[in-house]
Design a protein around this ligand. Structure first.
Ligand SMILES: Cc1ncc(COP(=O)(O)O)c(C=O)c1O
Length: 383
């Protein structure tokens, strides 16, 4: 049967690593998971309770396309709590995860063939979703001295209709401060390019509060999700904030593409937003894990990384040990029983010399994983 060139996207390698880890577990091995980009914790207890109650009272049919009004209002309130911003709930659109928001944003902002700049390394699905929508991803090689975030000098000479940034970023965990983000927004304004900010890791930050693009401009799309800080990956609920003039257009796209984000997940998400104590307990675990990793990775010979400002990853340059991160990750899984992600997912050019280590699981797992990594590297004479 015929098929499209648009559909010929690359696999998400971390999913392949997860599958290899699952098979090893099925064969009876104990695997430490440093590959997964998701919390090991469940949705907050009050969120699950709220859904249990709602299910006894409500048929849980479609919601309106833009999302439950109470949830949109509560998300707008979060911008007051986190950034001291007064956000109109009418600009908030509830989406099926941030992944659903990417589809809506790219469809609303760009026509076929237009170019969207993305920093490499970066979250792989940006590139693949753009390709699947007949848009052109423009990989911009970011510099280690800029902590692998794009800067205007990387972009000035390029032609593009959109720029997508993430802060804190996946895989590096580095952030754009207000000046750095402002400079990118100014550049986009000069080039008449759309500015899209992926803020999915907001809330998971360690030294300074992450900056939202909305502190700097209303002329942007901001994308966020309940997946990470709110510990609700599988619930598939996120949100997007768009300029007032774009709401109706995005609403029409959302009506047709998704009808709505899952109703049950919206109910749970609303309750999750008031689970401060439980969510901060998760944060305490990430904070402890980050400190352990910052100390333990160098002991295992992994010294080349920018300390992450947020999220739950270390992105490590492993060029001293390999030119084939995929094979190296496979050996680490097979010999050390630790699943890690090769950098190729995030940077097709330089990713054969990098690995991403996630510290989203329990502190005990991180301790054991680091010990195994140290043993593996020592056995190879790397430390
Ligand atoms: C930077 C970034 N954006 C978006 C996503 C997708 O998240 P969601 O579960 O909200 O679709 C991820 C998932 O890992 C991510 O790392």
């Amino acid at each position: 049967m015929r098929n499209s060139r648009r559909g010929a996207v690359d696999p998400f390698i971390v999913m392949d690593v997860m599958e290899a880890a699952r098979q090893a577990e099925e064969a009876g091995r104990h695997i430490i998971h440093m590959e997964v980009g998701q919390p090991g914790t469940a949705a907050p207890e009050a969120a699950r309770k709220a859904l249990t109650e709602a299910m006894t009272q409500d048929a849980m049919g479609y919601t309106v396309a833009l999302g439950l009004p109470a949830l949109r209002a509560r998300i707008a309130q979060l911008y007051g709590e986190w950034y001291n911003l007064d956000l109109d709930p009418a600009r908030v659109i509830v989406t099926p995860g941030s992944s659903g928001a990417f589809l809506l944003a790219f469809s609303a902002l760009f026509d076929a063939g237009e170019r969207v700049a993305i920093g490499a390394p970066g979250y792989p699905s940006y590139r693949q979703i753009l390709k699947a929508l007949s848009l052109q991803p423009l990989d911009v090689q970011t510099a280690p001295q800029n902590r692998l975030q794009p800067v205007p000098e990387d972009l000035r000479a390029l032609d593009f209709e959109g720029l997508m940034v993430a802060s804190p970023a996946n895989p590096t965990g580095t952030m754009l401060n207000k000046d750095a983000m402002g400079a990118l927004i100014d550049l986009c304004r000069d080039k008449e390019a759309a500015f899209i900010s992926d803020e999915i890791y907001h809330g998971i930050e360690y030294e300074a509060k992450a900056v939202t693009a909305l502190e700097l401009t209303d002329e942007c799309y901001v994308i966020n999700s309940f997946s990470k800080y709110f510990s609700m990956t599988g619930w598939r609920v996120g949100w997007m904030v768009v300029p007032e003039a774009h709401v109706r257009k995005v609403e029409r796209l959302a009506q047709n593409m998704f009808i709505c984000a899952p109703h049950a997940s919206q109910v749970a998400a609303l309750a999750a937003m008031d689970c401060h104590e439980e969510l901060e307990a998760n944060m305490a675990v990430y904070r402890a894990n980050r400190a352990l990793m910052a100390e333990g990775l160098p002991k295992a010979g992994f010294t080349k990384f920018a300390p992450p400002d947020g999220a739950f990853y270390f992105y490590v340059d492993v060029r001293d040990f390999t030119n084939d991160s995929r094979a190296f990750a496979r050996e680490i899984l097979e010999e050390a029983g630790v699943a890690v992600t090769p950098g190729l997912d995030f940077d097709p050019v330089r990713g054969h010399q990098t690995l991403r280590f996630s510290y989203a699981r329990s502190t005990q797992d991180m301790q054991d994983g680091l010990a195994r990594l140290q043993q593996f590297m020592a056995a190879r004479g790397f430390v």
